[in-house]
Design a protein around this ligand. Structure first.
Ligand code: HEM
Length: 135
């Protein structure tokens, strides 16, 4: 009889379930592509700098730490929270809804087929975060 190896269950972070940074870069890039191309997000787009290049990587790195992966973004930003990053911007409830809509679409397109429950949960919590910035 062979001895059974008792494997301790290892907690899996959302970051690991998501497939790491490449998947988060795909979501971030799709999000900014949608923001940049769909008239429904024109007001949100107008609040951002002409080039979205820096934002694409910045959002991916934020999502990496936020989902339980390496915390590069938080270290580079001295642990600042997203709410304080957005304090200088006057965010209407309409614009918060635009952010949430573009993000839900991006997540759905990139992750919706491979892991529908994770896609839904990620959209739900980011929707909450975005809407809590609107007033
Ligand atoms: C609620 C609606 C939101 C609006 C209107 C908004 C708008 C903005 C604007 C105007 C900037 C500066 C961009 C620039 O300099 O070109 C910014 C930065 C940023 N936003 Fe948002 N944002 C929203 C929600 C969110 C949410 C929910 C997240 C995270 C899940 C997020 C993540 C970021 C990141 C990572 C940065 C860059 C910060 C940095 O690394 O310097 N935003 N946002």
């Amino acid at each position: 009889m062979t001895a059974e190896v008792q494997e301790k269950p290892r907690p899996t972070t959302p970051y690991e379930r998501l497939g790491g940074l490449p998947m988060l870069r795909d979501i971030s890039n799709r999000f900014y592509d949608l923001m940049d191309s769909d008239e429904a997000y024109a007001e949100l787009r107008a609040m951002h700098a002409p080039s979205l290049d820096k934002m694409r990587e910045s959002l991916a790195l934020f999502l990496m730490g936020w989902s339980g992966g390496p915390r590069d973004w938080f270290e580079a930003n001295q642990g600042r929270c997203m709410m304080s990053v957005h304090k200088p911007f006057a965010i209407s409830t309409d614009v918060a809804g635009q952010w949430s809509s573009a993000m839900t679409r991006a997540i759905d397109e990139v992750l919706g087929e491979s892991d529908p429950p994770l896609a839904q949960e990620m959209s739900r919590v980011l929707d909450q975060m975005a809407r809590s910035m609107g007033r």
